[in-house]
Write a protein of this length. Sequence first.
Length: 591
Amino acid sequence: MTSKLFWSCLLVLSIGLGCKESSSDVDPTPTEVPVNPGTPAYGNVTISTDKAAYAPGSEVTITVDFSKLPANAKIRYKYLNQVVSEAAVTASTWTWKAPATDFRGYLAEVFSTANDTETIHATIGVDVSSDWVKFPRYGFVSKFPQLNNAEVNAVTTNLNRHHINGIQFYDWHNKHHMPLPMNGSAPASTWKDIINRDIYFNTVEKYINSAHGFNMKAMQYNLIYGAWDNAEADGVSREWFVYKDNTRTNRDFHPLGAPFLSNIYLLDPSNTGWQQYLINQNKKVYQALAFDGFHMDQLGNRGTTYKYDGSALNLASTFKPFINAVKAEAPNKYAVLNAVAQYGQQGIAESNADFLYTEVWSPFDTYNDLANLIKQNNTLSNNTKNTVLAAYVNYDLSKNAGFFNTPSVLMTNAVIFAFGGSHLELGEHMLANEYFPNSNLVMKQDLKNAMVNYYDFLVAYQNILRDGGTFNNVTLSSTDGKMSIANWPASTGAVAAIGKQVGTNQVIHLINFKNAKTQNWRDNTGIQTAPLQVKDSKLTFTATGTVKKVWCASPDNIGGASRSLNFAQNGNSVSFTLPELQYWSMIVVEY
């Protein structure tokens, strides 16, 4: 929850729109069903893996729709554009031993050859990483009514097909200052969250167990400084609160009306008494539920605030000591803190947080702003922590039942992924609102299919996208006039080129804004249009040495499979033909 959440929820509730689970929070379809995990990423052949990520040297189980494959079908595993191994496909399920090298992404391609023509039938990414925070791909769950195992597994199976390796359990708890209610020495079987929803302990537990079965981490969500009304009766000291004056007369709080069960009062995260209190509450949580860590939230910039003793309190400066105290008490648990509109991110980046997370609000409204946020986070963490962006696309549309605008989502993801970030957006439904249970918008089938492709691509090429490197400008031009290319930042009417030096390779991302209707990534009313595809564009690149190979890949074409390109080099001038560009294509020049 952010400060924007509480105010917008009150507004939404007052005008009868869907900010809570009620008759107004409905989908335009009869029931909310996640995308079929068997939805093919490419072609008409389904393919899946048994986990979201794998330890080096472990067994990867792959399942494919064998009945739709020709008799001579094969599987090959590629690291970037290099074939690692290849085998015949003789059954619907088989295993592949993951290579021993840690933190690498692979693409598995099911293909066949006839009359010297190769056909790729299915592709899927494989992440071989011993720790998820190196390449975090974050999802969420937000609804915890009484659910059976099949209903829970439908959600996590879908997240697994998108290789989501960490799940934020949003608003799973009871009181913010006492997240897990107890009946004597045992956890309660059910409780209310702050908006008066019923939360079932066994549903939370089922989700955690199901996530672990797919090698996903489960993160318990809570504010770092929230207390309900009458928290002092639960042992919260008045000396820990945040005040709006230096006479400790007025506590800082969010006023919340019905159906909320309480106001939210703020505590000082740097106060060691409060730190220890919440740490002890978390210990009770971890004893009862096998959460893997703490997803911490805040409410953004609160203006002028004071401590109990009357001294000024800079809330942003309290985040680092709070995170470090939490990590010191539970070093085997993960920790991440939401930087609301980047508030306090510098201290968070310097702390022991495991990766960086930014909830994007104004003034960060353009595609260029998304890129700058990721680059800024890289700088703040000395390129040691990757970024997840919570960025709510088609935000205004989410006030009513309807559909996501596919181009809005794909263009936003193309930018976030190309710059090395990932996007918190997938859970029981796709996210369009800071109140995660809001499921008013659903995906059309074209977006469901595309999302599988984009997440396969994010995994397969993570060592180019998210594993270091230096952004640079490149000299690239179209010699046949099919596209106008301009170095980033993006501009409507042109194809934006993003250069990045990764090792000895020059990577060039092309994102197609040729006929874009807006440069605002949130695209509140869904006006963004699908880019016109550019096919067989002749390009010239200025190289810095002798080129060994040029290859390309795109999540928009043949399941993200890489293709080597014919090229000619004359001095520093390298010419080649790009097969197609829809939303996003990646070119790699190897020296």
